[in-house]
Design a protein around this ligand. Structure first.
Ligand code: HAS
Length: 550
């Protein structure tokens, strides 16, 4: 069991994460009904306000707070209890992140920031919204530096040794996050805040979007990598095997530092103002960032097979039956992985220059991110939640909670399957994303989007309602394991942190030489971004004043 003070910090992070999850999923439910034409909002509430709250609370707040809870617990478990300085800095980081969250959320609730989670200019929110976002990022930086400090203490005391895999992967994710945030910090501090407070009249739209996506794409790997940590480190323990290959796991993670950042233009393939050459270069780099995910898929199949064979499985697929299906910690993560097969394939389609023309700005993209961040990532976090909170609170994960957990992951899978399939198909039929209305004055083309068993806004609403039900079951499980379930007094009732053994004997030491990876990452960023960004600045158009369309 980790120290009480570290547990307290992790529990606060989880508490905020699940408050955001509760409100965010409710906003999601409202959206599917509005798009299905079944719900009229009162005049004081706006569709885009709800959509902004949904995106910000789930994609940014839930994920980030959960990720830090996982990091704090895992770092304390793998390299030891936090020292007093690290603990103090971690708490400062937590409160600053929370302050930013509250300020940004208050602006959304006040109707001053219905600009969606991508906050594209020239839509203009209140300046305080951007201040909230800046504080949020600064808070995560402070927390990140606390974790780096903790890791440095361990390195000093264990000279010449490779760090435990969990710590290595946490530091990789944090390096990625710190570099990625440079883009969003630059645009928020030097473009949005002066513009929104009226200190400058106009904003360079193309530059602001490019700096946003400099951050926006690695952001998705900031969500994904903690899920991958669970896949590499937690899953083998549940399966009863060692980490398949320590060096492969570390290499996969450093490849994300290199290739996840210089690829943001693949979100801007249809935008004028960036020449095709730079778009093409970043598309090539996007295809490079697929490789570590394929390495991860290979490792997972290897884990499954080794564990199955150990339990006596024979034949090509005999191991499948031997997987621990009755253990919800495993089943949830397995389903999460399975969703990432179409999720990842969809990403490859999006990144393909010509196919992007078909899917960009349609509901296809909404389908894509619900089967990437909404399932592989979120369902892995759910699988972690089932043991992480009881581990931290010292309460039991009772039989009835386990049954409910199965109901929760099955309903989440069904809801997501219905909703995301409908979104993908509607996208191919031309239904746009980010619109408050969906029937276009009953135009015949738009009417097609309401027919069909799997292809309609009705299916989306059914799927969305099942998802909301599932989310409420999860909130119940979270509340039980936080406050209500009985204390685990006997050793056999206590929930453990499942962390697999990893054999480092053949792992090259240079894999943990961060300066190599940071250096190559910056070289790639300069190659991919220096010329197009400087040309956006040097040949800046007059810029745009702000618009408030809601
Ligand atoms: Fe993406 C848009 C390309 C991955 C999230 N993406 C988005 C947006 C979000 C998002 C939120 O190139 C919308 C942003 C907005 O609001 O505008 N994406 C990719 C590519 C990948 C990718 C190439 N995306 C993700 C992940 C996300 C995420 C991960 C969240 C966590 N995405 C794009 C592009 C766009 C985009 C364009 C812009 C589109 C546009 O026009 O607007 C790759 O990283 C995917 C690689 C993954 C794989 C899958 C490996 C499979 C594994 C599972 C193994 C399974 C096992 C289980 C072992 C190649 C690891 C076995 C089970 C059995 C049953 C057999």
């Amino acid at each position: 069991m980790i120290a009480l003070q570290d547990r307290k910090l992790a529990l606060w992070y989880i508490g905020v994460a699940y408050i955001a999850f509760l409100i965010g999923t409710l906003m999601g439910l409202l959206q599917v009904f509005i798009r299905n034409d079944k719900l009229q909002l009162p005049a004081w509430l706006d569709y885009y306000q709800i959509l902004t709250a949904h995106g910000v609370l789930l994609a940014l707040i839930y994920t980030t707070f959960f990720i830090f809870a996982f990091f704090v617990t895992g770092m304390s478990k793998s390299i030891g209890t936090f020292g007093p300085k690290v603990r103090l800095v971690s708490w400062i980081g937590f409160w600053v992140t929370l302050l930013g969250t509250v300020l940004a959320t208050a602006m959304i609730v006040a109707g001053e920031a219905s600009v969606l989670y991508t906050f594209y200019a020239p839509l203009m929110a209140s300046g305080w919204y951007y201040v909230g976002l800046a504080l949020f990022v600064v808070g995560t930086w402070i927390s990140s530096f606390a974790l780096i400090g903790h890791y440095r203490v361990w390195r000093k005391n264990n000279k010449g040794e490779l760090s435990p895999l969990f710590a290595f992967m946490t530091i990789t994710t944090i390096i990625l996050w710190l570099i990625a945030c440079l883009g969003v910090v630059a645009t928020v501090l030097f473009q949005y805040i002066p513009w929104a407070f009226g200190w400058t009249d106009t904003i360079n739209v193309e530059l602001s979007r490019s700096l946003f996506w400099f951050f926006g794409h690695p952001l998705v790997y900031f969500w994904l990598l903690p899920a991958y940590i669970a896949w590499y480190v937690i899953v083998p323990k549940i399966l009863g095997v060692k980490v398949f290959s320590d060096s492969l796991a570390r290499l996969a993670f450093v490849l994300f530092i290199l290739f996840s950042i210089p690829v943001g233009f693949h979100h801007q393939l249809t935008e004028p103002g960036i020449s095709n050459f730079w778009k093409f270069l970043q598309v090539v780099l996007t295809f490079m960032v697929i490789i570590p995910s394929l390495m991860t898929a290979f490792t997972m199949f290897a884990n499954f097979e080794i564990s199955g064979r150990k339990k006596g499985a024979t034949g090509l697929f005999g191991w499948f039956k031997k997987l621990p299906w009755k253990d919800v910690r495993f089943t949830s993560i397995f389903i999460a992985m399975a969703f990432f097969i179409p999720g990842g394939a969809g990403g490859i389609i999006n990144a393909s220059f010509q196919l992007n023309e078909v899917v960009h700005n349609t509901l296809w993209i909404v389908g894509h991110f619900h089967i990437t961040v909404g399932t592989p990532v979120a369902m892995t976090f759910m699988g972690l939640t089932f043991w992480l909170i009881p581990y931290l609170t010292g309460r039991k994960f009772t039989k009835s909670m386990q049954i409910l957990a199965f109901v929760q992951i099955i309903t989440w899978s069904i809801g997501m399957l219905l909703m995301s399939t409908a979104q993908h198909i509607l996208g191919l039929l031309g239904a746009p994303r980010r619109t408050a209305f969906s029937n276009y004055n009953n135009h015949p083309s738009a009417m097609e989007w309401f027919d069909g068993i799997l292809t309609s806004h009705v299916t989306m609403a059914v799927g969305g309602s099942i998802l909301f039900l599932s989310a409420m079951i999860l909130i119940y499980i979270v509340a039980m394991s936080m406050f209500l379930s009985p204390k685990a007094l006997k050793v056999e009732d206590q929930v453990e942190f499942p962390m697999a053994e990893s054999d480092k004997t053949h792992t090259p030491k240079w894999l943990e030489n961060w300066w190599i990876w940071i250096g190559i990452a910056f070289a790639l960023i300069i190659i991919a971004y220096a010329i197009p960004l400087s040309s956006m600045i040097m040949h800046a158009p007059p810029g745009s004043e702000g618009f408030k369309t809601w």
